[in-house]
Write a protein that binds this ligand. Structure first.
Ligand code: SF4
Length: 252
């Protein structure tokens, strides 16, 4: 498993973020350097270099977790690497996409791919009954009356949306699939089921929030398809989902 071109987009945004942060730091120190110089002439330079070193160390630890080949110590590196990705780099990338009006969905897609990549690289096994699949309500046909948020098996199997296939998948794999109408319900299901891993299907924005809220729980993300616009009659690639389940039960 190696770095894919989807990962590069996020890394590019992070590179831009570093330049922006360095510029902001430099500007701040230029403003306050007069006061600091009164304490010691070299103090502004030392503080500036120290903060640069901390920033570079953070990036180095993240890249080490990302690029190191599988091995005994790989899972030890993944936790700090994921921590840095979720707690530091994602907020930085979010800030950059806001000020430069960069395509946020693309950045979030790349973030989700890197998160999945790091989780796969841990080679930790999870049994099927400890995996929770969380689906968004918008997968259900908008005018269907079946109460699938109570139980996906309440689907009447008309086949007009993906829910029928997903109910079959849940039975075939004997695993729990929940449909959540929002973050609060998703948190309640997590609290009740206490899974060891989650596969979340949603739009890039909700997946990113779910990965961040769920940390340190491994949350694997799979983006839904939205041919009818956001939040309406969306789809999920069932073979991609099955593949993800297979990889997690085999490796993760
Ligand atoms: S497959 Fe048919 S019955 Fe089942 S949730 Fe979709 S639209 Fe409703």
């Amino acid at each position: 498993m190696s770095i894919k071109k989807e990962h590069i987009y996020f890394l590019k945004i992070i590179s831009v973020s570093i330049f922006v942060i360095l510029f902001i730091l430099f500007f701040l120190f230029w403003i306050i350097s007069g006061g600091l110089e009164k304490i010691s002439p070299n103090l502004p330079v030392y503080i500036f270099l120290f903060l640069d070193a901390v920033l570079l160390l953070i990036i180095f630890i993240f890249l080490l977790g990302l690029f190191k080949k599988h091995g005994k110590n790989k899972s030890l590196l993944v936790y700090p690497s994921r921590y840095i990705l979720i707690k530091i780099l994602y907020p930085m990338a979010f800030f950059i996409t806001s000020i430069f009006r960069i395509n946020r969905d693309k950045m979030q897609n790349s973030f989700i791919d890197i998160n999945n990549f790091l989780l796969f690289s841990m080679n930790k096994q999870v049994s099927l009954d400890r995996i929770l699949i969380l689906l968004p309500h918008c997968l259900q046909l908008h005018n269907c009356k079946a109460k699938i948020t109570d139980d996906i098996h309440n689907c009447l199997s008309c086949g007009k949306c993906n829910i029928k296939e997903l109910a079959i998948l849940a039975d075939k794999k004997d695993m729990f699939i929940a449909v959540a109408t929002g973050g609060t319900l998703a948190r309640m299901v997590l609290e009740e089921k206490k899974p060891q891993a989650v596969i979340a299907v949603a739009c890039e924005r909700d997946l990113s929030s779910g990965i961040i809220d769920g940390f340190p729980l491994p949350v694997y993300g799979l983006s839904n398809m939205r041919p009818n616009g956001p939040c309406r009659d969306t789809f999920v690639d069932i073979s991609a989902l099955s593949d993800l389940i297979g990889r997690i039960t085999l490796f993760s």
